[in-house]
Write a protein that binds this ligand. Structure first.
Ligand code: NAD
Length: 293
């Protein structure tokens, strides 16, 4: 990639992994277009990381706002390409599929999948699909998850969005080959960011009248514990940096505090994994009998 490009767009930059990516790219001397939803978050990023940060205000579900941001970035780049797009913005929706309000699933997919498509459609020209620009092609890094390979019960809406993001990454990479715009994914395991605190706002008691209440309580506690013991977001930012700057980046980079468990999960027969999860969470007919529900 042309080093002169030296500018990246990071979506969902206000907290967590996005914010760590802003810090990393700014420290490496890049100009960072940082998408946030509140002007005050943009100001906070500028105050902390300096004038190389250019806040953009958009929600990934708001097509017109994304298009306005792309116009702004095109003007700022003055005829050069954007070096990287880090599609990081995302939310985690939890709940048992049998009882999940349909709007919750729609929201999950709209933010984590269609949102990334809206951003790609607006910014792919600036990454080099517009061949009138100078500076060589940029690169796209999609923030997937280990949930893009394996679906935990009650986190299936989130896993659906990340499995979809894996397909999106693969198909987009193939479609952007004529422009030499590479597209790769990062797959974090548990990372200590606010996304896990938001799990506390998933009130398991809303499923109190269902057979799933006890397994859900167990899963929520497990998620909160894993969130607290997760890697720092800077570990993911380092992986994103390598994905953007390596001459031949890995198509998927797993970043997790539990590499061995991740590896084992990858090779165990899926029926065996099903049984292990069911025993841990109490998702067995025997456990259901015992609760007397
Ligand atoms: P976070 O909640 O700190 O960050 C999410 C960011 O996305 C925030 O800046 C938020 O404002 C933004 N965002 C949410 N909805 C948006 C919308 N509609 N439009 C624009 N921006 C929106 O959480 P995080 O852990 O830093 O998550 C960042 C990404 O990393 C997500 O895609 C998440 O799925 C992924 N991820 C996180 C973990 C983890 O353990 N924390 C693990 C794997 C993958």
């Amino acid at each position: 990639m042309d080093n002169q490009a030296k500018s990246a767009l990071v979506t969902g930059a206000s907290t967590g992994i996005g914010r760590a990516c802003v810090a990393k790219f700014a420290a490496e001397g890049w100009r960072v277009f940082a998408s946030v939803r509140k002007a005050s978050d943009g100001e906070a990023l500028k105050a902390e990381f300096g004038d190389s940060i250019v806040p953009l205000i958009f929600d990934v579900t708001d097509g017109p706002a994304i298009a306005r941001a792309a116009t702004e970035v095109r003007a700022a780049l003055g005829g050069r390409t954007l070096g990287a797009l880090v599609n990081n913005a995302g939310i985690a929706v939890a709940g048992p599929l049998m009882h999940l309000p349909i709007e919750e699933m729609e929201k999950q997919m709209d933010v984590n999948v269609t949102g990334q498509l809206r951003v790609v459609q607006a910014f792919a020209p600036l990454l080099g699909a517009d061949r009138s620009l100078n500076g060589g092609p940029g690169r796209i890094v999609n923030m997937s998850s280990v949930a893009g390979f394996s679906a935990a019960p009650f986190l299936t809406p989130y896993a659906c969005s990340k499995f979809a993001l894996e397909a999106f990454t693969q198909g987009l990479r193939r479609e952007l080959m004529p422009y030499s715009i590479d597209v790769v994914a990062i797959n974090p395991g548990p990372i200590a960011t606010p996304i896990w605190d938001k799990a506390e706002t998933v009130d398991p008691e809303q499923y109190a009248g269902t057979d799933y209440i006890n397994p859900i309580r167990r899963l929520v506690n497990y998620m909160l514990e894993r969130g607290r013991t997760g890697l720092p977001p800077s570990a993911v930012a380092e992986a994103v940096w390598r994905a953007v700057t390596a001459s031949r980046p890995a198509l998927n980079t797993i970043v997790t505090p539990e590499p061995v468990m991740q590896w084992v999960l990858g090779i165990l027969p899926k029926r065996m994994t099903d049984r292990i999860i069911a025993r841990r969470l109490g998702l067995t007919p025997e456990a259901l009998e015992k609760t007397g529900q």
